[in-house]
Design a protein around this ligand. Structure first.
Ligand code: GLU
Length: 303
């Protein structure tokens, strides 16, 4: 029997559009760290939220990743096929009393800024949500591989959080925890916009008796207005037909020496050089980087 991988990383895009530069950075960063550790890198399609999804986006993202030489070592898992696993986890949490049915509406929770601390529903709904109970004083501490020590009082900052939405869809927090465990992920490397979700995921792992992977959150790339690129109309297009400029910019955003990637004319040798030259210590230990700073740096380097 083969030994389980000592390191298994993953990249888990939501198919809400074509692959943008911010996603490429998370993909490339997680791939570099996995390969550097001699580990595997798996891709998961987080197609859980049909109202936000764009038809064909998942296929297009996978094709773009392949054009960048970033291909899953294991079978690609599609969250839309995983209802039974999420239901099983939810049933477990309902049985243990960690989860509860909640009839509160958005307006019921307006007085507490949308944070649920106790049920204040004024009427029964036909479509209640299911939440995880987060008792007072639930503080989660963890050490992020890049951002350092993090502490979140989940009861105060988040409150009882949704596992199954009132519209019937599964919440990201539940699905991500169930799937990271099912896929044997040892290392979660992703954008710093999800740093804030990590404490919730750790709480869920504890409630479900699952192992907590290591976490590392890469800096988010912000546009000139300080917006996350994916939300911005100016999101840098990632061109599958011409991957080198985007991979070089991502390499720089990861704090790496641009000289190492300047001469290659094809993506495979560029990736091989990236692996040889990758220095995890140089990853920027910051939650965000302005795109303008990157452009300035590459202009300065070109001189
Ligand atoms: N699907 C999430 C996103 O695209 C990422 C989930 C994760 O990496 O945990 O933002």
């Amino acid at each position: 029997m083969s030994e389980p991988a000592p390191y298994r990383g993953r990249f888990a895009p939501s198919p809400t559009g074509s692959l943008h530069f911010g996603s490429l950075l998370a993909a490339f960063g997680s791939w570099l760290l996995a390969r550097r550790a001699g580990g595997e890198w798996w891709v998961r399609v987080e197609d859980l939220d049909p109202p936000r999804e764009v038809p064909g986006a998942a296929e297009s993202q996978l094709k773009t990743l392949a054009a960048f030489g970033l291909e899953s070592d294991g079978p690609v898992l599609w969250q839309s096929q995983r209802h039974a696993a999420y239901q099983q986890a939810l049933d477990e949490l309902l049985t243990s009393g960690d989860a509860f049915v909640c009839h509160c509406s958005r307006s019921d929770l307006a007085a507490t800024g949308g944070i649920h601390r106790q049920c204040v529903a004024r009427r029964e709904r036909s479509d209640p949500a299911i939440r995880l109970r987060v008792p007072d004083g639930t503080v989660v501490d963890f050490t992020d591989g890049l951002q350092g020590k993090v502490s979140q009082d989940v009861a105060v900052v988040v409150g009882d959080f949704v596992l199954k939405r009132a519209d019937g869809y599964w919440a990201y927090q539940l699905a991500v925890v169930v799937d990271d465990a099912a896929q044997g992920v040892t290392d979660v490397v992703r954008g710093a916009d999800l740093l804030d979700s990590t404490a919730r995921q750790i709480l869920l792992q504890r409630a479900l008796g699952l192992h907590t992977p290591r976490y590392l959150h890469l800096p988010l790339i912000l546009d000139a207005h300080g917006q996350k690129l994916s939300k911005s109309t100016a999101a840098l297009p990632v061109d599958a037909k011409d991957p080198l400029p985007a991979i070089r910019l991502a390499w720089q955003a990861l704090g790496q020496d641009i000289e190492a990637l300047t001469t290659h004319q094809a993506i495979k040798p560029a990736l091989a050089a990236a692996l040889t030259n990758f220095d995890p210590q140089a990853l920027p230990k910051v939650p965000s980087i302005g795109l303008a700073a990157l452009h300035n740096k590459s202009t300065a380097n070109a001189d």
